[in-house]
Write a protein that binds this ligand. Structure first.
Ligand SMILES: Cc1ncc(COP(=O)(O)O)c(C=O)c1O
Length: 291
């Protein structure tokens, strides 16, 4: 899928071919930046407020001065969709780095942040959503501030590549046997009709879809426990699933080549998936568009 032609660069719109960042860029040299990935269904944002709020929290945590205010950013993001006439399911990638400056670890003085945003078509992965995916377990070797959505993703990249090389979709990360999250998603275990997941501490990214998973569970009367679970708990789990803006709520049906329960997507996972489709207005918009 190709990138739509108009890019939001700082607060201006430009053609993607006209963007040229200087060689000495802190995002490139240090991973000194933050980002967001926002889901779009039928040309409309899902969980925009949550993503924008998290971007501002990440910026504050790493002391990056964003080149826009919250409301201004939301307006710009909506205009970006209009300018590209986005009607499809898609995602927005938004990145802000500390800027361009000669390479020096300490913050450059008087240098503006570099921000860009692009939109890319992204169809829903219906096959994986319906049948589930495989995962492997891996040690979580990341730093202690994983709640910041930072560009420093090398451990995540390594873990996800390992999963791919095992023919799997995700890597379930653990610290001393205690499951934190996946390389690019949050993860949940279901046992005896209850959901278990890692608490929203500094050790995981506080997923925007995770917020919804908790709300859906509350609405459906399914206990949502933030005590976490261990790698060995997976052996006796009834269900396992992950969540993220691009993966939605996705069943995990094998872990380290062994089936989770009967190896099929579980009932509670499916209930949450149904709640997601309603909340994101996916079917309604599809019907509106085909009429
Ligand atoms: C490490 C990690 N955890 C969790 C998530 C899920 O976050 P969200 O639901 O906001 O997409 C992501 C998303 O990219 C992620 O990279």
């Amino acid at each position: 899928m190709s990138i739509y032609p108009i890019i939001l660069s700082q607060t201006k719109f430009a053609h993607r071919d006209s963007l040229q960042y200087p060689f000495e860029e802190r995002g490139l040299q240090f991973g000194d930046g933050i980002y967001e990935v926002i889901r779009i269904y039928h040309g409309e944002y899902y969980l925009l407020e949550e993503h924008v709020s998290r971007l501002f929290r990440s910026a504050e945590a790493v002391k990056i001065q964003l080149p826009f205010e919250k409301e201004e950013l939301k307006t710009l993001l909506n205009t970006l969709l209009t300018k590209n006439d986005v009607q499809t399911d898609a995602k927005v990638y938004l990145q802000v780095t500390r800027g361009s400056a000669p390479r020096e670890h300490t913050f450059p003085v008087g240098v503006a942040a570099n921000a860009y945003v692009y939109v890319k078509a992204l169809p829903r992965n219906l096959e994986f959503l319906e049948n589930g995916v495989g995962a492997i377990t891996q040690r979580d070797v990341r730093w202690e501030n994983c709640y910041i959505k930072s560009l420093n993703l090398l451990p995540n990249v390594m873990a996800k590549q390992e999963a791919k090389e095992h023919g799997c979709y995700e890597a379930i990360l653990n610290r001393d046997g205690f499951v934190t999250e996946c390389s690019s998603s949050n993860v949940y275990l279901v046992k005896n009709g209850e959901i278990f997941t890692h608490p929203a501490t500094r050790n995981i990214l506080h997923g925007c879809v995770r917020i919804r998973v908790e709300q859906f569970a509350n609405r459906l009367g399914i206990p949502f426990n933030e005590d976490g679970f261990s790698v060995t708990d997976i052996e006796t789990a009834d269900e396992l699933f992950l969540s993220s803006s691009t993966s939605e709520i996705m069943p995990i049906v094998t872990v380290d080549d062994k089936p989770v329960a009967d190896g099929k997507p579980g009932k509670i996972t499916q209930q949450l998936q149904e709640a997601y489709v309603i909340d994101a207005n996916i079917e309604t918009k599809k019907v509106e568009q085909t009429n």
